[in-house]
Design a binder for this molecule. Structure first.
Ligand code: UD1
Length: 377
């Protein structure tokens, strides 16, 4: 039984479902918790990633951390008690991940966590709590980078439970990049390659405090004097911008090519549209986890507007720079990156080990073996 809830989960689950379908003994069932529910936050990802419709949609929707988590536990608990799957597979670090993991562990159903071991060290992030708890009750832990293996070792997780399989998000990227380059959005915008930036912001720490949100947007406005910056806005951020009455940005009308510099707001981008615009960008400014990884693979400079990252491989190997949350530092690093881009030098980067588009096959191989062994015992 495979769980998705929020937008990045779909990107991770699609290759897994595909790989599971290749094995006749496996009967994958898909459960959508409904944590994300808007067309642009959910359905469009199913369509573009070729994922089957979920067997169950729990329609949990939005709410406080506690309401959302509690409601997911309650509704998923009913599904598990009815269907008794042999295994529950969760991905990532969202509220749906920990909620469904708790149900599996308490029902004594084997639990596999894909993207295990990542640690920001920052327990003010809801995701960090979700990661720590999910890993501590999982039977199989699939890691994306070496730091994940080291973290789990340090926390005392037995080595036999941990499998270094690479990054499943990159499986989807490899599969989709060609189509993404021809995406409708990139064509409509008709922007010059390496002639624009991309901004995403959605972490509560950056957007829930109006003064912080204003400060970061005002720094990005400075950067946007140099080049247009596309800003696909997450619903949480959209609500905060509206409530704060921040107006010094332009809205793209979705039809015309973008003329001129400045920040251009638009609705949440679909998966292919987003990859398409990142691929051609001069730089990306973000507080997302997955985008640090995608930009590393694509070789696009990424300025991460956070004080920590749970994905250090993107810095060690890739194009990611952890700029912190001081707007002045963001300005400094953006100027450096733009200078390099103008000089025509591509940023030097390597791809982290096993980010090769084949993580799903490796994961499903281990799951199959585990299920086989446990059904015999
Ligand atoms: C969640 C994850 C975060 C992940 C992000 C990806 C947790 C704790 N956080 O954050 O790790 O990076 O998803 O996007 O699980 N909303 C809509 N429509 C939707 C979904 C949400 O309008 O389809 C609005 C609601 O007002 C909601 C708010 O966005 O309250 C936040 O949604 P929520 O799922 O609580 O967290 P995210 O910020 O999306």
């Amino acid at each position: 039984m495979n769980i998705v809830g929020a937008r990045p989960n779909m990107v991770k689950m699609a290759p897994l479902m595909r790989a599971m379908k290749q094995i006749p003994e496996l009967d994958p069932v898909l459960v959508h918790t409904g944590q994300h529910y808007d067309y642009l936050m959910s359905q469009v990802f199913f369509e573009q990633l070729g994922m089957p419709a979920p067997n169950y949609n729990l329609e949990v929707g939005s709410g406080s951390q506690h309401d959302q988590t509690a409601e997911t536990i309650k509704r998923f608990g009913e599904v598990v008690q009815k269907d008794r799957p042999d295994m529950v597979v969760v991905v990532g670090d969202v509220n749906s991940t920990i909620a469904c993991s708790l149900v599996a562990a308490k029902e004594r159903i084997s639990l596999a966590h894909v993207e295990a071991g990542l640690r920001s060290g920052d327990r003010t992030m809801p995701e960090e709590i979700n990661r720590l708890l999910t890993d501590s009750i999982s039977d199989l832990l699939f890691t994306t980078e070496e730091s994940g293996n080291a973290n789990l070792r340090r926390e005392g997780v037995p080595a036999k439970k941990v499998f270094f399989v690479g990054n499943i998000m990159i499986d989807s990227l490899v599969q989709s990049i060609k189509t993404a380059r021809e995406s409708e959005l990139a064509a409509k915008l008709a922007l010059q390659r390496r002639g624009y930036g991309v901004l995403t912001l959605h972490r509560p720490a950056n957007v829930d405090d109006v003064d912080k949100l204003r400060a970061v947007l005002s720094a990005v406005s400075e950067i946007a004097r140099e080049l247009p910056v596309l800003f696909p806005v997450h619903p949480r951020t959209q609500a905060r911008i509206a409530a704060a009455g921040i107006e010094d940005m332009q809205s793209w009308d979705g039809k015309h090519t973008i003329q001129g510099k400045g920040i251009w707001m638009m609705g949440p981008a679909s998966y292919l549209d987003f990859l398409g615009i990142v691929d051609g960008a001069a730089l990306v400014i973000t507080d997302s986890g997955g985008i640090q990884e995608e930009s590393t693979f694509m070789g696009v400079p990424c300025l991460t507007f956070r004080d920590n990252t749970e994905r250090p491989a993107t810095i060690e190997y890739g194009t990611n720079i952890l700029v912190g949350t001081d707007p002045a530092a963001l300005l400094y690093h953006a100027a450096e990156v733009l200078r390099q881009v103008k000089s025509g030098r591509e940023s030097s980067h390597k791809i982290p080990p096993l980010w090769d588009g084949h993580a799903a096959e490796r994961i499903v191989g281990h799951l199959h073996h585990y299920l086989h062994e446990h059904s015999e015992s």
